[in-house]
Write a protein that binds this ligand. Structure first.
Ligand code: 6CS
Length: 382
């Protein structure tokens, strides 16, 4: 409860500061935004353009001799200190600072510092921050193809295999990236935060257990279809409101990786956790596209190589946090591990949603779906 109250306070402060911040940015529909120029952070965000000529052609190797101009970047995350996204941002910041001998500093921001997850995505689009760790689930309405991450039993259940797909997939790293770039968001990498589990008071073991339950989802229209296939209704909420919603039973269930369930104390207000292996939680390391395009080659290389190095680091980090999360949850919450037969039942219910997504969802690219499906099959050998 103490943890939750602290979070609530952070949220309230954040909402107030965001109002002021957006007012300063001039507000506006993020889709129509041209990026950093108009926004508060615009001067900083476009600072790279001035440094272009000086830094052109230099690489981030041996950068301790003053080749990078002094700059400050911000990277906003959807999680709190100690949680995977924030720790990722802090590690990224320390690597950039070290590689540039302190010329470039990066400030990691935790959830709430700039509002909700949706507010953060808008700020990145507007250039109010240079970088963000973002979950595709919060931009599902804008980038329909990003909803592919909310299909159940589509990516491999094993986080290691999912990570292999995320790191190497051309469908994601080229084709999906281009779709996001139409909205001024460049995803530089995709990574797993671990397998998600379902929490509830009913103990979910088969699709029929979902009937009559109200499921919390992110801002992704496809999530409605996904849970509709099991007979549940859905409600979209920021995670900062979720503890109270579960406690008051206005929402009956939610999905998240184990580390996050433990850290946000959701297991305190839910009787059971189902290890369902239905999906991995995916995060993206993103930059404001206009800002990134305005950077020098040396600055782009610095970011790209650091983002690439971080893939292995964050895989180990989430693994360790999820193992610790499970251990802590097990102490006071019933854990249900689905059998192969129970998983087969869920797969049968979820698969028609894959077809629905490919053939019916407006704005999605079926070729991207087909390509990714083939890439997954190559990695899993199925
Ligand atoms: O459930 C959510 O919305 C949150 N879950 C995680 C693992 N990270 C941030 C996100 O907002």
């Amino acid at each position: 409860m103490v943890i939750f109250n602290k979070k609530l306070l952070v949220m309230l402060i954040a909402i107030l500061s965001l109002g002021l911040f957006l007012a300063a940015c001039g507000g506006g529909d993020s889709e129509e935004s041209t990026g950093g120029e108009e926004a508060n952070g615009g001067e900083e965000a476009n600072g790279g353009e001035e440094s272009n000529e000086e830094s052109e052609g230099e690489s981030s190797e041996g950068s301790g001799d003053g080749e990078f101009e002094e700059q400050e970047w911000q990277i906003v995350t959807e999680e709190l200190q100690g949680e995977v996204q924030y720790e990722y941002a802090a590690e990224f910041a320390s690597r950039i600072e070290e590689k540039t001998d302190g010329a470039i500093t990066v400030e990691p921001l935790e959830y709430g510092a700039l509002g909700s997850e949706v507010n953060q995505a808008q700020l990145l689009q507007q250039g109010g921050v240079e970088m963000a760790v973002m979950s595709p689930g919060f931009t599902g309405g804008q980038v329909p193809d990003g909803q592919i991450f909310s299909l159940h039993y589509f990516f491999p259940a094993d986080p290691e295999l999912t990570q292999e797909v995320l790191t190497n997939s051309e469908a994601l790293n080229t084709d999906l990236r281009a779709k996001y770039e139409e909205h001024n968001i460049s995803p530089l990498s995709f990574w797993t935060e671990g397998s998600m589990a379902w929490t509830s008071n009913v103990g979910i073991e088969s699709p029929s257990d979902w009937e009559g339950l109200n499921m919390r989802v992110q801002e992704s229209p496809l999530m409605r279809e996904t849970y509709d296939a099991y007979g549940a209704t859905v409600q979209s909420l920021s995670w900062g409101e979720l503890y109270t919603a579960l406690d008051r039973e206005t929402v009956d269930a939610q999905e998240n990786p184990l580390f996050f369930i433990e850290s946000a104390s959701f297991h305190e207000v839910q009787d059971t956790v189902t290890i369902s292996n239905h999906n991995n939680y995916i995060a993206m390391t993103t930059v404001n596209t206009d800002w990134y395009n305005g950077l020098s080659d040396a600055e782009k290389d610095l970011i790209d190589e650091t983002v690439a190095e971080m893939q292995e680091w964050v895989f180990d980090e989430q693994k360790q946090q999820n193992e610790a999360g499970l251990q802590a949850i097990e102490e006071d919450t019933e854990i249900i591990r689905l059998t192969d037969e129970q998983i087969a039942e869920f797969k049968e219910a979820a698969e028609p949603v894959h077809e629905f997504y490919r053939n019916e969802v407006e704005g999605i690219d079926p070729d991207l779906y087909d390509k990714l499906k083939e890439e997954i099959a190559e990695i899993t050998g199925e």
